[in-house]
Design a binder for this molecule. Structure first.
Ligand SMILES: [Fe+2]
Length: 377
């Protein structure tokens, strides 16, 4: 892989995304080129059926979970692609950077921060997400982190935030938001965050937490003029009904595993917002499955507000068996004295002693509101 020399620098630091089956290390570079990750003695590449990708600036590399958890560090490597000629292809010298990694195997006292709906803002969400400092165990980005997927700059806002908050050291979970589905680069959105066999819906484990990420897609009917005939989320929602039913069939390896203490769901849009049968026929099925799984808390965004809704609510799609947390919003206020307030509100979650402590916080780390969910009740 050539000599070690800085070339083709990173734009933002690497992030370790988590999805079913393990970690996916994603990093971005100014130039297109070849990417590798080394964990212990093993080297993984961003490749496609044996060919190392050379034409991308965002690189996604799959890594074994147990291996990275025990190595506690990883090294990313990158070489610029000069020309992928059919014969004697040329690449530049290799750049590398090593990150320490905090293994995610805690049973209790797990600290997770959630941000949603930052809409391409970067500085304020990155600041708010440092609430737990070195005690952070994972970061959840619950959709609409880019304002849309019309250009790479919007997508890079994801990595600005992950790099400042996690420094490549703790896992990131991404749930796609409806604005993420819009614009030319939305087609390849799955290349930019974690996936399970290409799907943006998947289950994951973080220590004793079992989780499921769902993707509502757009928030209006597929034939709405805003989408220009380019949406088919109705079929996509039906696929997730089958996915949820399969989780239940396979529960011993999923949420019913003996080391699972907490069960969470993450979905950008709150399913019970919808009244129209076009949506509710799917979301009734999703709710039935989530109630059977026994989800403790559902984490939502989309509504640009913070709120806690207790379990047991009667809604259009049925009785909601889990507690609901709406993750926060960007605060933008111009005061009469000329001062401007620009501040991201997010959610700090601590899983400890069969309780989930939900705290809404702001960019100065003030507690705005606190709710304690007792999962034994
Ligand atoms: Fe949204």
């Amino acid at each position: 892989m050539g000599l070690i020399k800085v070339e083709g620098e990173l734009i933002h630091d690497a992030a370790v995304f988590v999805a079913h089956g393990g970690y996916q290390i994603i990093f971005n570079t100014r130039d297109k080129g070849l990417a590798w990750v080394q964990v212990g003695d093993n080297i993984y590449s961003d490749d496609d059926n044996g060919n190392i990708n050379s034409e991308k600036t965002v690189h996604k590399i799959f890594v074994e979970k147990d291996e990275l958890d025990s190595a506690k560090e990883y090294t990313i490597r990158f070489a610029r692609c000069i020309d992928r000629k059919p014969y004697f292809a040329e690449s530049g010298e290799t750049f590398e950077k090593t990150y320490s990694f905090k293994p995610m195997n805690k049973e209790d006292n797990i600290n997770i921060y959630m941000i949603c709906d930052s809409h391409s803002r970067t500085v304020e969400p990155a600041e708010s997400g440092k609430y737990f400092g070195d005690d952070l165990d994972a970061l959840i980005l619950n959709g609409d982190i880019p304002n849309h997927s019309g250009s790479i700059e919007h997508l890079l806002s994801i990595y600005y935030i992950t790099s400042k908050i996690t420094e490549g050291r703790v896992p990131v979970i991404y749930a796609r938001g409806n604005h993420d589905t819009r614009g030319r680069m939305a087609i390849g959105f799955a290349d930019y965050v974690a996936t399970d066999n290409g799907n943006l819906f998947y289950t994951f484990r973080i220590g004793s937490i079992w989780g499921v990420v769902l993707d509502c897609g757009e928030d209006k009917n597929d034939d709405h003029p805003e989408y220009g005939g380019m949406a088919n989320f109705d079929t996509y929602r039906a696929a997730q009904t089958r996915f949820l039913k399969n989780i239940i069939k396979n529960k011993e390896n999923e949420y019913a595993a003996s080391d699972v203490k907490y069960k969470i769901a993450i979905c950008h849009v709150r399913m019970d917002l919808y009244k129209d049968e076009y949506f509710t026929r799917h979301y009734k099925e999703w709710l039935k499955a989530l109630n059977e799984i026994g989800i403790n808390v559902m984490l939502n965004g989309h509504e640009h507000r913070r709120n806690y809704l207790p379990a047991g609510r009667d809604t259009e799609i049925g009785k909601i068996g889990y507690h609901t947390v709406l993750g926060g919003s960007f605060e933008r206020r111009d005061l009469p004295d000329g001062n401007k307030i620009r501040n991201m509100h997010g959610t700090a979650l601590t899983f400890n002693n069969n309780k989930i402590d939900v705290v809404f916080t702001d960019g100065t780390y003030q507690k705005l509101e606190e709710h304690i969910i007792d999962i034994d009740k």
